[in-house]
Design a protein around this ligand. Sequence first.
Ligand SMILES: C[S@@+](CC[C@H](N)C(=O)[O-])C[C@H]1O[C@@H](n2cnc3c(N)ncnc32)[C@H](O)[C@@H]1O
Length: 244
Amino acid sequence: MSQTGSNDSRPTWWFSEYTPVGTDLSSPAAVASYDRNQGTDQAADDALLDRLGVREGTCMVDLGCGTGSLIVQAARRKAEAHGVDVSEEMLTHAQGRARRVGVTPHWHRAGFLDYVHRAAPADVVTTKSALHQLPDFWKQQALLNAAAMLRPGGTLYIWDVMFSFDPADTEDHLQRWIDSASRPQGEGFTRADFEAHVREEFSTYTWVLEGMIERTGMEIISRSFPRSTHGEFLCRKRLPTARA
Ligand SMILES: C[S@@+](CC[C@H](N)C(=O)[O-])C[C@H]1O[C@@H](n2cnc3c(N)ncnc32)[C@H](O)[C@@H]1O
């Protein structure tokens, strides 16, 4: 596992991304139960990789890769797969998953803000259920970093808890989400987990994310908000414009 992040050269006001906020996902118990709680699904991972055109030789980076399900599936396709996460426990679990299926993705203990992509420019960058760990100001920096590691024409895919409801209806939408998604302890994420997400993590409005993505020089190819609390953006890094 490489340490490809470094906050050492950053100003002292730089965001500290190695102490994630909200629900604790990095204890050994939380990591062990994460896939069950999250509903990690190999078929869904494969369907996403198909959509993103990940195949042999594709250079793919997954930011906030967690237990590594998506990036391990990418490696099984012989993609050049890079899993990036700030949590050593998550990365250790992800390495075990990779070992069990005989693949060797590149693992990086690094964050959205300080990951330095030293390999060839990426064809695809993904981030699922992780960008909300950063406050909005820092999400913009994270998106700039993601754009910088992509080749022109490369793809950025974002899935996260994000809010597309009318802000005046916030309480209704958030309460409905928490009520329907909460599970008893031991059977999934609990009411307390979702409440902590809303209270302490930094999920934001879809239109805020949209404005940030546009400021990275990427083009939004499609957006989908299947629930008022969840959604995705599929983006492409613009090709350089030809000079006359
Ligand atoms: C909810 S999990 C999502 C994991 C995986 N992407 C998935 O879809 O199952 C969020 C992950 O983001 C990681 N994380 C939190 N802050 C981060 C940061 N600043 N940079 C990179 N990863 C971060 C956490 O350690 C955790 O593994």
